[in-house]
Ligand binder design. Structure first.
Ligand code: ACO
Length: 323
């Protein structure tokens, strides 16, 4: 059977660091409150002249280099983003041009913070049916562009960044020992759109808008529902939670990360967390954390990795991957 194997992981963070102290100067908040409620210490912010596609390209280049591939090899580009450079074309088209990739399949996926998990599953469909051999799946976001810097309940939570993986078609045995994406679970509950949304758009008020969130209610939804999707993805993969080497959750809030890990009975030592340094980078957060856990020697070839995310929509999902 054809498998989509992760052959490279890349990440990029803009240079500018916004600390909690920087936010204390903008809104009535404190470093202590932010750390206690979220675990966040700092986040990155892109330059005004640095669009989402630039972040995506840097992450993609690192992923391609690790895979031993060049842009010329790429035949599918999917960008998961909720902060596209322009309303259209898709940011994936701009990334294709900037990378110098040949004419290929390229489009964006919009599932907010769950976008990376959704995009991986879409790419997996192309690769495992033989329609793509070398796919780039990128999560790239500039959430700071959507912040209302007078709203302390949201502006402290988000940051900018990008992460990418290269997926390559490889023959497997059809067992859980195969490298590749082993199983998914994806969910959306559109009755909860009003809990987390941006109050602008071309077909409403013609504005970019600001992120609005009923944080408390999103929080309550998160732990229980994410855990259910993780169990479903693990079952689809044919593995057990105990087999998982590394749990790499969407990085929204340390309390959600810890709560989900606890509910699933995953040893704390297996949980990868970068939320302190990246804050919530939406679709970019999983590959950013993944790269960090490879750089420090945790995630290695052969390891079983479990990813999950939840975000606006509400959308959520999970995927089990053999490195
Ligand atoms: N600084 C100081 N005080 C604050 C701040 C702040 N930045 N923000 C809120 N407060 C205050 C509130 O006004 C409230 O004050 P009050 O009691 O006088 O009314 C108090 O702190 C408690 O507010 P809560 O909202 O109840 O605080 P909570 O413990 O729920 O933490 C938080 C808020 C961090 C937003 C939490 O609810 C959360 O993380 N929710 C989930 C958000 C999330 O992770 N979403 C993931 C998906 S994001 C995406 O998909 C784009």
């Amino acid at each position: 059977v054809l498998r989509s194997v992760v052959t490279g992981v890349g990440a990029y963070l803009p240079e500018e660091i916004m600390t909690n102290a920087d936010l204390e100067a903008l809104v009535e908040t404190s470093d202590a409150w932010i750390q206690e409620r979220t675990g966040i210490r700092e986040r990155r912010r892109a330059r005004p002249d640095q669009p989402t596609s630039d972040l995506a390209v840097e992450a993609a280049k690192q992923a391609l280099a690790e895979a031993g591939r060049t842009a010329a090899d790429v035949d599918l580009i999917i960008v998961a983003t909720t902060t596209p450079d322009l309303t259209f074309p898709a940011t994936a088209s701009i990334v294709q041009r900037k990378l110098g990739a040949p004419v290929c399949i390229a489009f964006d996926v919009q599932a907010v913070c769950s976008g990376f998990v959704y995009a991986l599953s879409v790419a997996d469909g192309f690769v495992t049916r033989g329609h793509a051999k070398c796919a780039l799946v990128i999560g790239a976001e500039e959430m700071t562009r959507l912040m209302d810097y007078t709203d302390r309940t949201t502006c402290v939570l988000f940051g900018d960044g990008a992460g990418a993986v290269v997926l390559e078609a490889q023959e497997g045995q059809g067992t859980t020992a195969d490298r590749g994406l082993l199983g998914f679970a994806l969910r959306c509950d559109g009755t909860k759109t009003d809990l987390l949304y941006v109050d602008g758009g071309p077909a409403t008020n013609g504005q970019v808008g600001h992120l609005r969130m009923a944080g408390n209610q999103v929080f309550r939804h998160a732990v229980v529902n994410i855990a259910e999707a993780v169990r479903a993805a693990v079952e689809a993969a044919g593995i057990r939670i105990e087999d998982v080497d590394w749990f790499i959750p969407h990085q929204a809030n340390q309390r959600i990360i810890a709560g989900v890990g606890e509910r699933l009975g995953i040893d704390e030592a297996k949980v990868v967390s970068t939320v302190a340094w990246h804050a919530n980078t939406s679709a970019a957060s999983i590959p950013l954390a993944w790269r960090a856990a490879m750089d420090d020697g945790r995630v290695k070839p052969g390891d079983l990795v479990l990813i999950e995310a939840m975000g606006g929509g509400l959308t959520w999902g999970a995927c089990a991957i053999r490195m």
